[in-house]
Design a protein around this ligand. Structure first.
Ligand code: CMP
Length: 137
């Protein structure tokens, strides 16, 4: 079924010059980019985006990481893009992510407290809708 998902190139992905590689993977797979913008997220936006993580021990480090520079926010569309994109990102921890995935190929986890892992992808169709409304309000 055709779906939309919310994708983000996180600050480490932008800093390391991986925007092009990541966009190329989205398009090579056959997903369509329907909206895209660059912004530096505020702590308020992140508190909504990461609502399920706000009380976790790593949350302050996550906010420092995610407000450290610009991100690229993307809406992508395609057949089962939510699950497909999560597969393409690889596991959360770049050290464990399979080679061939974005995190497996480019991730280094050089600041372990906030697990820098280059990209975000919504975990369900419902989350995607919520995140798209939040980031592209
Ligand atoms: P993501 O899964 O896209 O969204 C939540 C983010 O929090 C995750 O990527 C990591 O960047 C970070 N994160 C998740 N779990 C941990 C953890 N155990 N330790 C540090 N950072 C984490």
């Amino acid at each position: 079924m055709t779906e939309q998902t919310f994708i983000m190139v996180k600050p480490d992905g932008v800093l390391r010059g991986k925007i092009g590689d990541i966009i190329m993977r989205i398009e090579n797979k056959g997903y369509r980019i329907v909206a895209m913008k660059m912004l530096t997220p505020t702590a308020e936006l992140l508190a909504q985006h990461y609502a399920e993580h706000v009380n976790k021990p790593f949350y302050p480090a996550l906010v420092d990481y995610m407000t450290s520079g610009p991100v690229v926010a993307i809406i992508a569309e395609g057949e089962q893009v939510v699950a497909g994109w999560r597969h393409m990102m690889g596991e959360t921890n770049p050290t464990l992510a399979n080679p061939g995935t974005i995190r497996g190929d480019f991730g280094r986890e050089w600041q372990a407290e906030a697990m820098m892992n280059l990209v975000h992808g919504s975990d369900s169709v419902a989350s995607a809708q919520r995140e798209i409304n939040l980031w592209f309000a």
